[in-house]
Design a protein around this ligand. Structure first.
Ligand code: PLP
Ligand code: COI
Length: 370
């Protein structure tokens, strides 16, 4: 069945094809019982085409399924790709909301510029989420801390082996019910300091959300797993001295006076969770500092009792306490250190806003259904 849905913008109308083989309510409930992260996908996906001459066109919601690619598609060879990650939350009254989607849209535009990809206008980005939720709203779990993880992405589809920006690109949105990102739930995690590998360098793609950054982090992430650590921490590539970020999240150190300190660097991803947490801290009258932070500052500060808590933050991980940093030469903290008090109270405040349990003073939430 094909029905036309008007889009918020006048020049784009989504064509919707319903999935005849959609999962049953019971199958969905079974998935919701133990969703993990990124393992199961909903019944539909969004697909919008772009071409150099036609611009954005043919917006569709279609059954979730494999994408046919020419073996010469540029993305397979030169990794011209960007993506985003945000979540849909079900509130107590059944309504479905997301968190600061315009910020994700703008970041995707910045990432696209860096990767010489076309920029998807903000209103198309937000409308694409609404369209997917119109088809797959039943996939947003309710209760606890579950959500529907939304993954917009865009890549070079043109079949051409010359190295230049592709003239044909597709944008998609897929969605996946999500529980905790780490298998241990919200429990504190150990992280591993990578000294052999960098995530990004000066003038590189570190600030863009592009697959290559994650590809280059994998070997370091393997090292982390080998040392019983859940994530890897990268340092700056020039001096191997200053904290950058984890493979898939930002990092924050908490001073004993409540100041939140987070690395400043042109080669890290500007996290929306990070920005929000810093705002919530400022709302409480706490100081926040975004500046260069050396690994020695962390170690000395921990030993002196000045750095009292450390946490990771990102859409997938929300706010996750870090109990220890392991390096080849020394360890900061210990695996059994409890979650920090301020860490957990900021986590509670943020998730209360996201799940609609508390007022949303900054108007961060955007309704996706209805
Ligand atoms: N840094 C990296 C490398 C990430 O992959 C993410 C996750 O998206 C973040 C930071 C946190 O960004 P956000 O809070 O916008 O999800
Ligand atoms: C996110 O938090 O959205 C991310 O992209 C992190 C990724 C490692 C799952």
């Amino acid at each position: 069945m094909v029905i036309q849905l008007p889009m918020a913008t006048k020049d784009l109308t989504f064509q919707v094809t319903h999935n005849e083989n959609a999962k049953s309510a019971q199958e969905r409930e079974e998935i919701f019982a133990n969703p993990g992260f990124g393992k199961y996908f909903t019944d539909h996906m969004v697909d919008i085409c772009w071409s150099e001459h036609g611009g954005w066109h043919r917006p569709r919601v279609q059954p979730y399924g494999p994408i046919a690619l020419d073996p010469a598609a540029a993305v397979l060879h030169y990794a011209q790709e960007v993506f985003e990650g945000l979540k849909a939350y079900r509130h107590e009254d059944g309504s479905i909301w997301t968190f600061r989607p315009e910020a994700n849209a703008r970041r995707m535009q910045r990432s696209a510029r860096r990767l010489a990809l076309p920029e998807l206008p903000t209103e198309y980005f937000v409308e694409s989420l609404r369209q997917l939720i119109a088809a797959d709203g039943d996939w947003v779990p309710g209760g606890g801390e579950s959500s529907l993880y939304l993954r917009p992405f865009m890549f070079a589809k043109e079949a051409f082996l010359g190295v230049r920006p592709a003239a044909k690109v597709n944008y998609y949105v897929i969605a996946s019910p999500a529980g905790a990102y780490f298998s241990g739930g919200v429990a504190p995690v150990s992280i591993w300091l990578s000294t052999d590998y960098s995530r990004a360098g000066r003038g590189g793609t570190g600030a863009a959300k592009t697959g290559g950054n994650y590809a280059s982090s994998l070997v370091a992430q393997q090292e982390a797993y080998a040392h019983d650590c859940a994530q890897v921490l990268f340092l700056d590539s020039e001096e191997s001295k200053y904290l950058e970020e984890l493979g898939g999240m930002n990092i924050v150190l908490v001073h004993r006076d409540g100041t939140l300190i987070t690395p400043e660097s042109p080669s890290i991803l500007e996290g929306i969770t990070l920005d929000s947490v810093l705002q919530l801290a400022r709302d409480r009258g706490l100081a926040t500092e975004m500046r260069r932070v050396s690994i020695d500052e962390w170690r000395d500060g921990f030993n002196a009792g000045d750095i009292t808590e450390v946490f990771a933050c990102g859409t997938a991980a929300v706010i996750t306490p870090i109990s220890q940093l392991k390096t080849a030469d020394y360890t900061i903290g210990s695996a059994d250190a409890p979650a920090g008090e301020l860490t957990m109270s900021l986590r509670q405040e943020l998730t209360d806003i996201q799940y609609g349990r508390k007022p949303d003073p900054h108007d961060w939430m955007v309704r996706l259904d209805g």
